[in-house]
Design a protein around this ligand. Sequence first.
Ligand code: ASP
Length: 322
Amino acid sequence: MKKNILLLHTGGTISMKMTVDGAVLPNERNPIIDAKESLATYANTIEIEAFNLPSPHITPTEMLTLRNLIVTQTQLYKIDGVVITHGTDTLEETAYFLDLTTNFDFPIVLTGAMRSSNELGADGIYNLVEAVRVACDEKARGKGVLVVMNDEIHQAFNITKTSTSSVNTFQSPQYGPIGLVTKKAIHIQQQPVRRQYVPLEAITKRVALLKVYAGMEADMIESILAAGYDGLVLEGLGQGNVPPAVAKAIKKLLAHHMPVVLVSRCFNGIAEGVYGYEGGGKELEDAGVIFANGINGQKARLKLLIGMNQLHTPIDLKLFFV
Ligand code: ASP
């Protein structure tokens, strides 16, 4: 029997067209609606155009709307899986947001395109069909939120956009994809070791993300306090170190009870408190900085945002990031 797939469109290149003068733009009529016939081979779809936004316009508010839409649709219909089309620029952020804020066993799969619908070699409908095939597959259940692009299946926790233009842009540094899509089958070889779920009702707090660099001064960090942010994520150096001026500013933020989370700006590896010199990760950890256990800066920022917006049952942020 065919599965019921909730198909949510949010915009992005997958639903755009290139004009004669070479600008890629949103389209009034979403061109992926033409994929209906190809999808009907695999599933019954309940299709909703949630937004039609380029993904740089997506904010945590839209992410929460999507999460709530999935919840309400599952109350109305028997849903076997969800597929979300999304711009690739912030796709990993929406994927990770949904990973943390939903706890369904059925697959939630995000996909997008690197080439708009009327460009040569357009990859949108191809990726969409693959995403629906994965969402229909029993092996994809219980794996958390997935991203399917270019014949690969990735977990939201690991995936990141690595190329500005290649169709092979999405990679999972350190761990690789959890599966592959071939012409005949869905192959999944890995199982997440754990899933985290936090219910989220509203987003009122603000969290900033800054990248650390050689010679960074304190003023940039201190401006976070002045601008009224509630939390800060820093992409630190190497194993999780910062220049001395930054370390001093971090301590000021901590003294104001502002959570500071550190990730590494390195593409691979996990930041840890190792070095004990001024600004070294061990010194920062002892001062109260939280290490983010391998997620990248943009995901750590969402995780802190979600953790800080627990209105009724506050979360122990240190444990949340373990
Ligand atoms: N700039 C586009 C977006 O994220 C890129 C894409 O969809 O591939 O909306």
